[in-house]
Design a protein around this ligand. Structure first.
Ligand code: NAD
Length: 317
């Protein structure tokens, strides 16, 4: 169906992440059309009905179930579809199944054709974004992974809770893989423009040694801890996706640690992983080159090697 006005966001995968993202986007008010697709028609119908019943409480927006034809006029297509790990299934087997799902999705998008930006959230997000880049044939600036936007938000929250400041005043990034090998960039982290070796004496909070390792471990283990408690994570990733989509739709040029294609930067080639990037209407405008400490650079290269190994096991047609 042709877009009537404003901004159209298509969400492929109306599961927990896709529908929480749709809800957050609906509350945010930046999209005029939110169109959802899922192979599970009953679930899709239920999610769309539930969201529509909230429309009288938010700014005008159309929410409906759609088809791949709707991708033609989309501004952003967000892929949150994925299979769940079966008992005894290896990570690589799951990845192979998810790659097959992505192939069917991208074949259908390509049949219709679109100028949209593709944003991937499905895990393992760096590899799935690479798969999307390869199978879509799009230029890399139009293929973005949610990457470590969520991990950076967790990092900023934990630092803010320790330092008792607003998380929006903490500037700190997690880069590399969205996963176990992710890298905290402590050397550039700051509050009010002050790095931690400068901020702590000024703060005078008397909290002893700054608990860097504890904070990093909490960031890294957050998803596992949440999944243990409630089965899945979806609120914060829903909001992280809204922030990325908002930067695209409103041409904001926000700096976000999205997953992006590296073509030789930091000595890493032909791999998607997260670095701070400027995100605009065109997708990724550019990467922001960081002056990393030797340990952080080694961590980033280790993260790349981990992903490269994983990628090598996957056949992409
Ligand atoms: P979920 O099982 O609730 O939803 C997945 C949905 O995908 C299901 O509704 C399923 O029917 C649908 N689907 C499967 N194949 C499809 C296809 N071919 N076309 C359309 N839809 C299809 O899972 P979830 O909790 O919503 O998680 C979705 C993905 O997001 C997972 O890969 C998860 O690991 C990932 N995730 C990523 C982050 C992040 O930070 N990037 C955070 C949380 C979850």
């Amino acid at each position: 169906m042709k877009k009537e006005r404003g901004s159209r966001v298509v969400i492929i995968g109306a599961g927990l992440v896709g529908s929480t993202f749709a809800y957050s986007l609906m509350m945010n008010g930046i999209a005029s059309e939110i169109i959802m697709l899922d192979v599970n028609e009953a679930r899709l119908k239920g999610e769309v009905m539930d969201l529509n019943h909230g429309l009288s409480f938010v700014k005008p927006v159309m929410v409906r179930a759609g088809t791949y034809e709707d991708c033609l006029d989309a501004d952003v297509i967000v892929i949150t579809a994925g299979a769940n790990q079966k008992p005894g299934e290896s990570r690589l087997d799951l990845l192979t199944r998810n790659a097959a799902i992505f192939k069917s999705i991208l074949d259908q998008i390509n049949t219709v054709g679109t100028e949209a930006i593709l944003l991937v959230a499905s895990n393992p997000v760096d590899i799935m974004t690479y798969v999307t880049y390869k199978l879509s044939g799009f230029s890399s600036h139009r293929v973005i992974g949610s990457g470590t936007v969520l991990d950076s938000a967790r990092f900023r929250y934990l630092i803010s809770a320790h330092c008792k400041v607003d998380p929006s005043n903490v500037h700190a990034y997690i880069i590399g893989e969205h996963g176990d090998s992710e890298v905290p960039v402590w050397s550039l982290a700051n509050i009010a423009g002050l790095r931690f070796n400068e901020y702590c004496p000024v703060c005078g909070g008397n909290c002893g040694e700054f608990p860097k390792d504890q904070i990093y471990q909490e960031v890294k283990n957050a998803a596992a801890q949440i999944i243990q408690g409630k089965g899945a994570t979806y609120y914060a990733i829903g909001l992280a996706l809204v922030q990325i989509v908002e930067s695209i739709l409103r041409d904001e040029y926000s700096v976000l640690t999205v997953s992006t294609l590296l073509t030789g930067e930091y000595g890493i080639n032909d791999l998607y992983l997260s670095l701070p990037c400027i995100v605009s209407r065109h997708g990724i405008e550019k990467q922001v080159r960081l002056d990393l400490s030797p340990e952080e650079l080694a961590g980033l290269k280790h993260s790349a090697a981990t992903l490269q190994e994983f990628k090598a096991g996957l056949k992409i047609e």
